[in-house]
Each structure stands twice: as C-alpha cells, then as structure tokens.
Design a protein around this ligand. Structure first.
Ligand code: RP5
Ligand code: MG
Ligand code: MG
Length: 274
C-alpha cells in the first residue's frame, strides 16, 4: 500500500505533538525501536455516549459488522493487539496512539460526494484545455467543493456514516448539510443523487488518523451531463463549511485528506482535462 502523509504532519490539534515518523519508517514491518508516540483521545470523545468505550477490550467484534457499527476495513483484515485489544492502523505509524477526535477504535466510515458537470465559458461552450498529448485538448470538468471550518482546507462535501445508515444516504445528507440551504430543491437533489457511480472506497489519509483509529471513505460521483439539473441547485455553506463553490478540476488543486486522489478518479472516468 501507499504510505499515508497527512496524519504525520507535526501536530494533531493545537497542543498535541505527533512523534515524527520518517517516510521510510511508516510501515509496521520496518523496525523502529525508538518509536514512542503520545497517547491522545479528546475529552469530548471520552465523554460521548455515542462513541466507543474508552477500553477497547469491551469490543469483541473488530473486523466484523457489529450490529449497526461496521468495524470492517476496505483494506482487509486489520491486526488487533491480543493484549490491549487495540486495532492497528492498516497503513502504518502516525506518531500518535488512542483515538484522537475519532469516535471508534479501528475504522471510522465516511462518505463523500463528487458532484460534477462540464465547465462552460460565458458563451455556453464547454471549455477545453491542452492536455499532455500533442494537439490534444480535453474538456474541463467542474465539481462542488466546500471550505472546511476545522482546517480551512477545500474539500469534497462529506461526513461520517451514522450507525446503521446506508452510504447513499450519508452522502446525500452531508451534501445537503454542508453545501445547501435546508429543505429546498428536494426534487432536483433527489434526481441528482439517484444515479451514483462509486469512484473510491479505501483508507483516507485524514489528519485525524491515529495508530488505533482511522477514517475510511466511499466516494460517489453524481454527474450532471447537461448542467440542466445542477443549475437549479443553489449552493450555500452549511454547518461544517465556511464556503462552497463550483471549481474547475486540474492537477494543481490541493484538497483535504485523500480528496485529490478521488478527483483524479472522476477525471479518468470521463477522460477529462487534468
Ligand atoms: C475525510 O473526512 C473523508 O473523506 C470525509 O470527507 C471526512 C469526514 O469527516 P467530517 O467531514 O465529518 O469531519 O477523511
Ligand atoms: Mg463533513
Ligand atoms: Mg457534516
């Protein structure tokens, strides 16, 4: 697997330092004798009744569907320490143990939506840009992006799967919460979200990941080929967002967590400009 990056940057939150993990020491099978990560779980998570118990020994369904909580990983079977019963991050070291800000030991499932349409100029023509091949112009896609309140980074609209919730409901609900005004244009939204295409389901390189808790996400593409549907949907930043916008896609875009990798998948899907 590819090594994670964003969960190794020096700080977890303002005052918690991650133990530095160099690129070549990420994977667990590489010996790192003087690896002494800090333990960190926020007070808020420790007190939250909807979060897991503080002692993971109380959980006996790791790597399984635990009633309404899916503790399975897209990466396959993850290791659980036989003494502490703590799950181990399937990608590698993050410089911190505990759960940080995450509710669950092991995988924390999320969903993201990639809403796309073709990028048009003022005259209504699809914009084409010169691609990496000779005399070859490719059409430009645009997507809905939100600016996150927590890190200020631009991101795909998305959020955590509620217990028992189907991923298709998660992505629609989170899009409505983060990118639109409440309860309007339900007809257009339902139409847009009726035809999804799964782009990605894997470990997310999220800055909140720890050695014992991490995010995995399913990203679903909803494409509006003619642009006739999304023109009725008015974007308005919601609870977790300070901004929302349509933005043309290219390779220089910098996004939260694994979202850039997800965008590349949609570009490949439509053979668009990158
Ligand atoms: C990312 O964190 C996922 O891809 C998803 O976008 C997000 C879920 O967390 P919240 O938006 O609920 O904070 O890794
Ligand atoms: Mg969110
Ligand atoms: Mg949200």
């Amino acid at each position: 697997p590819k090594a994670h990056k964003k969960c190794r940057s020096s700080l977890y939150s303002v005052d918690v330092k991650r133990f530095p993990v160099p690129d070549e020491k990420v994977f667990w099978h590489i010996t790192f004798l003087d690896y002494f990560p800090n333990e960190y779980t926020t007070e808020k998570v420790q007190r939250n009744p909807r979060a897991d118990p503080c002692d993971p020994s109380e959980i006996n369904k790791f790597n399984q569907l635990d009633t309404k909580i899916d503790r399975r990983s897209f990466t396959g079977h993850y290791y659980v320490d036989p003494i502490t019963n703590r799950p181990r991050n399937p990608i590698g070291r993050t410089g911190i143990t505990g759960r940080g800000r995450l509710y669950y030991w092991g995988p924390n499932h999320a969903g993201d939506s990639v809403i796309t349409r073709w990028h048009h100029d003022e005259k209504g023509t699809i914009v084409r840009r010169q691609a990496n091949c000779q005399d070859c112009f490719k059409p430009v896609l645009e997507f809905v992006t939100i600016q996150r309140k927590d890190t200020k980074e631009w991101a795909l609209p998305g959020g955590m799967v509620d217990p028992g919730e189907h991923i298709s409901s998660t992505v629609k609900r989170e899009f409505q919460e983060e990118a639109m005004q409440d309860g309007i244009e339900e007809h257009y939204i339902s139409k847009l979200f009726s035809n999804g295409y799964k782009l990605f389901e894997w470990y997310a390189d999220d800055p909140r990941n720890t050695d014992n808790a991490w995010i995995e996400t399913v990203a679903i593409n909803f494409h509006d080929e003619t642009g006739q549907l999304t023109k009725h949907i008015h974007l308005d930043p919601g609870d977790d967002a300070t901004n929302v916008a349509w933005r043309p896609i290219d390779r220089n875009i910098d996004l939260y967590a694994s979202h850039k990798e997800i965008l590349k998948r949609v570009v490949d899907r439509f053979d668009a400009y990158w």
